[in-house]
Design a protein around this ligand. Structure first.
Ligand code: FES
Length: 117
């Protein structure tokens, strides 16, 4: 897939090769803080950077498989769905990621909604 002018909602973040594996990175997209993660399998995930519990910075959490553990109180959050795993509850917004020509793009459309489903 390539990014075209008809996709202004795709915001270029940077080269995928510069994103370390299994370590979060905070990026600002249109004024919003997003936590970016490259998983062991090379997939890239983008989620809201604030834990729904008490606002822990999720980009500073420990990544394990498809999950990040909040650095403040260790709640486990899915990097795919944004859901906090039981017994805890809550969720964070997830943002679709597109990788094309070795560059990461975030779909900015969910940013202004700040909803999780
Ligand atoms: S702030 Fe994230 S688990 Fe408490």
């Amino acid at each position: 897939m390539s990014v075209t002018n008809e996709q202004p909602y795709l915001i270029e973040i940077g080269p995928v090769d510069e994103l370390p594996q299994n370590t979060g990175k905070t990026v600002r997209v249109q004024g919003y803080e997003v936590a970016l993660f490259k998983l062991s399998n090379g997939d890239v995930r983008a989620i809201e950077n604030r834990c729904p519990h008490k606002g822990g910075v999720l980009a500073e959490g420990i990544v394990s498989g498809e999950y990040v553990f909040c650095p403040m109180h260790d709640q486990k959050i899915s990097l795919s769905s944004g859901h906090v795993q039981p017994p805890d509850t809550g969720c964070v917004t997830t943002y679709p990621v597109v990788i094309t020509d070795h560059k990461i793009y975030i779909d900015s459309r969910p940013l202004s909604k700040e909803v999780c489903e």
